[in-house]
Design a protein around this ligand. Sequence first.
Ligand code: PHE
Length: 344
Amino acid sequence: MTAMNREEIESLQRQIVAEIAGASDGSTLEAARVKYLGRKGVVTALMSSLKEAAPAERPELGRLLNALKQAVQDALDTRRKQLDNVSSAASESFDFTLPGEWREIGMAHPIHALIERATEIFRSIGFTVADGPDIETVRNNFDALNTPEDHPSRDPSDTFYLENGDLLRCQTSPVQVRYMEAHPPPVRIIAPGRCYRRDTPDATHSANFHQIEGLYVDRQVSLADLKGDLTYFARQLFGPGVRIRFRPHFFPFTEPSVEVDASCHVCGGQGCRVCKESGWIEIAGAGMVHPNVFRAVGYERHQVVGYAFGMGIERMAMILFGVPDIRLLYENDLRYLRQFASGV
Ligand code: PHE
C-alpha cells in the first residue's frame, strides 16, 4: 500500500466511523471490526505500510494513522455499548410471563346512571333537557311558584339561606320559572338537578338530593297526558305491566295536585318488603300548573295549560337497586357502588 495524504486518511476515517455507527446489530459490528482492525484489516494494512513511506513523511503519517486507528476503536466501543443497552432494555420490557397491567374501568354513580336513563326515556317522547343553578332567588324558588309567605318550606329551619338572601334551591321547580321566562310556549322539558333541604340525615333523608322536574305546557294538556307519560316512563324504567295511580295532594304551584305512585315492580302490587306491603311506590309529586305561576312568568296572554311533576331520584334509585339506606349512595365506598355498574 502506498502512502496516503492527510485528506485521504481523514476522509477514510469519516467513512469508517459512519459505517460503524450505523451497524444495526452485534454481528454487523463484529464484521466491521474484523474488516478494519482485524489482522488483515484495512487500518492494520495501512499501519504496516508506514515503513514504506518516505522518512521525511513518516512522523506526520504515523500520527494520522494512529489517530485513525483510535477513532475506529472508539467508534466500535461506542456502538457496542449502544447495542448492549437496547438489547437489555428490550429483554426487560418483553417479559411475556408477566400478567397484563390491570386498569380500572370507570363507571357511572348509580344516581348519575339513573338520571341518564330517565333523561333518555323522556327524550324518546319529545322532552328536551333544561337546567338551572343550585343557588336560587327567593322569587324563583318560592314567590313565582305561588308559595305563600307563611309556607313552612320557606322557614330557615327547612331551607338553606345565603347571607345575601338567596338560597340553595329546595326543589328543581324554579327551573320551570326560568325556562318559561326565557322561552315562549309550547314547553316540553325535564330538568334534573341537585336540591338542598335542612333535613337531619337518616336512612331516607339527605340534606342534598336530586330531583327531575318535568314541565309540559301547550294549548291542550291534561292530567290524562300526565298519567300516560308517567305510565310510559315507569314501564320503561321498572318494566312492563307497571301501573300508575294518582292520590290527591297539595302543592302551591299546581292545581289540582297529586302524588304519583307506581305499582310495585317487585311484587306486582301484592305487597312486599320493597313497597312496605302496600303494593305501591311513590315516585313523584305533580299536578296542573297553577294559573298564578303562568301569571308570574308572563304566560297568561298565551292561553295555555300544562302539567308539571317532580321526581325524587334517590328514592327511585333505592327502590330500583334495593339500597336500604340513602347514605350508602353518598359514602362513596366503591365496594358498594360497584355493584350497580350496569344496573339501569
Ligand atoms: N317541587 C315538588 C317537591 O319538591 C314536586 C313537584 C314538582 C310537585 C312539580 C308538583 C309539580 O315536592
